[in-house]
Design a protein around this ligand. Structure first.
Ligand SMILES: C[S@@+](CC[C@H](N)C(=O)[O-])C[C@H]1O[C@@H](n2cnc3c(N)ncnc32)[C@H](O)[C@@H]1O
Length: 368
């Protein structure tokens, strides 16, 4: 098992954001994952149905180099833990198998979200600091509006880059006027990550955005008490059927399609993920592929790089990888990544770099 420690050096960062240190533990040699999770789509409805009655959250605030402070909210991990325990207790019929399943997987990692077990749990419950670098880069690079783009976030975890893009979309007036649909596809190795943090975080940040305004106006006389729209303060969001319906209505109004995929990169089915994005006269590929803190394990690099290469086509695209220069103790890092991309005739351009302390980079990958 690998252990991820906190970044003591990045004191300007939220201390719950994970830092760079990886330490192999005693059984690390047996880490090459025997059986990898296979690709599966979890529908938005499935994920919405799996939400509990209430989600508690805390702010994630960080300064962008544009001068703007970005404040998002994230689900509290203790709340995810509470959900897992309550679900096990509510289901006496399946008691033994479900409890065993939970104790062996999700619950363990919610309790210790910085531990990685190759092929079992890959760290998606926590936010890693390069996710924030990627957001800062997207903000400052003058990246065009995500409207109408087909976007894939690989190894999304808490999905901060995608949530930033959604924040931009939700800040504009709704676009249900014939503009092209924006597709945001989120992939994580673990189902539990998508259920417990990815979708809840998207929903929470929608609630905090101008897009939820008509819902908020409609609940003034509601018996349920909703929190103020203040992403700088912790709170609890009741998950009512009205809130879920309003969220889905917003996605329609803003012409946004969200899809969720789980499983290993080597089993990722691009034909399925791109199936609903086809335009009348041509197959679509992704316009933007984003990934942060996913190149730490040498054994997984080839599958990730191959998937990135196949995800984009001949038209203009952004394929951005945010990573530490080196993941101590595991062997992964930028030079191994670059060598493998070049081995597949690709080219890596560094578009952002921080060299002080443990270095971090954002790389744009180009394919022939
Ligand atoms: C350390 S987490 C980073 C999460 C998030 N991108 C961030 O920066 O906060 C690594 C992510 O990569 C994904 N991942 C790692 N190895 C994978 C594999 N072999 N196949 C699919 N996904 C994998 C996991 O889903 C996990 O969420």
């Amino acid at each position: 098992m690998f252990k991820f420690n906190f970044d003591v050096e990045g004191t300007d960062m939220d201390p719950t954001i994970l830092g760079p240190l990886l330490e192999p533990s005693s059984n690390s040699s047996s880490s090459a994952a025997g059986t990898m999770q296979t690709f599966r789509e979890l529908t938005l409805n499935e994920l919405l149905d799996a939400l509990p009655d209430m989600i508690s959250y805390s702010p994630l605030s960080f300064p962008l180099s544009s001068g703007r402070d970005l404040t998002l909210v994230r689900r509290d991990l203790f709340d995810a833990r509470f959900q897992l325990i309550s679900e096990a207790e509510e289901d006496p019929d399946e008691e033994t198998s479900k409890r065993e399943k939970i104790s062996e997987s999700s619950l363990k990692f919610v309790d210790s979200p910085s531990d990685l077990v190759p092929g079992v749990y890959e760290g998606g419950l926590k936010t890693w600091e390069c996710a924030l670098d990627l957001v800062d880069y997207l903000e400052n690079s003058g990246a065009r509006s995500p409207t109408g783009k087909v976007i894939l976030e690989l190894g999304c975890g808490t999905a901060i880059p995608s949530i930033y893009l959604l924040e931009r979309l939700f800040a504009q007036p709704p676009t249900n006027t014939g503009l092209p649909m924006t597709h945001i596809h989120l992939q994580d190795y673990n189902d539990a990550v998508l259920q417990l943090v990815t979708l809840p975080n998207i929903l929470l940040n929608w609630y905090m955005s101008p897009a939820s305004i008509s819902f908020r106006q409609s609940i003034t006389s509601s018996e349920v008490s909703f929190p103020p729209v203040d992403s700088t303060a912790p709170g609890e969001l009741p998950i009512t059927s009205e809130l879920v319906a309003a969220f889905q209505d917003s996605l329609l109004a803003f012409n946004i399609s969200l899809r969720f995929f789980t499983g290993s990169w080597e089993t990722f089915d691009l034909q399925q993920s791109l199936s609903l994005t086809k335009e009348a006269n041509r197959d679509r590929t992704y316009d933007m592929v984003l990934t942060s803190e996913t190149i730490y394990r040498v054994e997984s690099l080839s599958a990730l790089i191959e998937l990135m290469r196949k995800s984009v086509g001949q038209h203009e695209y952004q394929c951005l990888v945010a990573a530490k220069i080196l993941y101590f103790g595991v062997g992964g890092g930028v030079s191994e990544f670059v060598a493998r991309v070049e081995g597949q005739s690709g080219r890596v351009e560094t578009v952002w770099e921080k060299s002080a302390g443990v270095g971090r980079k954002i790389m744009q990958v180009h394919w022939p």
